[in-house]
Write a protein that binds this ligand. Structure first.
Ligand code: SF4
Length: 125
């Protein structure tokens, strides 16, 4: 992971989003159940997808909010290797809007907020 933070929505955080389809002048994002219809220059509900120049881009490719081992009992597994650890990684923003969210600071990110970058290949290594 890069040691310094960079603004989201620029440079290597940008990548063309999967699952998009044009609908007239707008583009529908089919990543999640919200199926946002983005006007030119607009953002999706999650604020991580933007309609720019006729395509939807993700603004948070490789953006990591946390990377840490955590006890397996915290994860949604039932009796899976009790006493072991899982490497957990989180990105930025979320497509849910739960009022009790304990991660609200990263769950509703400002699209240009500073973040650290971790390439998927580097995460796997
Ligand atoms: S909330 Fe985000 S990921 Fe879900 S459909 Fe809307 S823009 Fe796409």
């Amino acid at each position: 992971m890069s040691s310094s933070a960079e603004p989201l929505g620029q440079g290597r955080f940008l990548r063309e989003a999967l699952l998009q389809e044009p609908v007239g002048e707008r583009i529908r994002c089919n990543i999640c159940h919200r199926r946002c219809l983005l006007p030119s220059g607009g953002l999706g509900w999650c604020r991580t997808r933007a309609h720019r120049a006729g395509r939807i881009l993700t603004l948070t490719n490789g953006a990591v909010s946390s990377l840490a081992p955590s006890p397996i009992e915290k994860e949604p597994f039932y009796h899976f290797h009790p006493g072991s650890y899982a490497l957990t990684v989180g990105s930025r923003s979320c497509n849910f809007g739960c009022p009790w969210c304990q991660n609200w600071e990263i769950g509703k990110v400002v699209p240009s907020a500073p973040a650290k970058f971790l390439a998927p290949d580097d995460f796997v290594r």
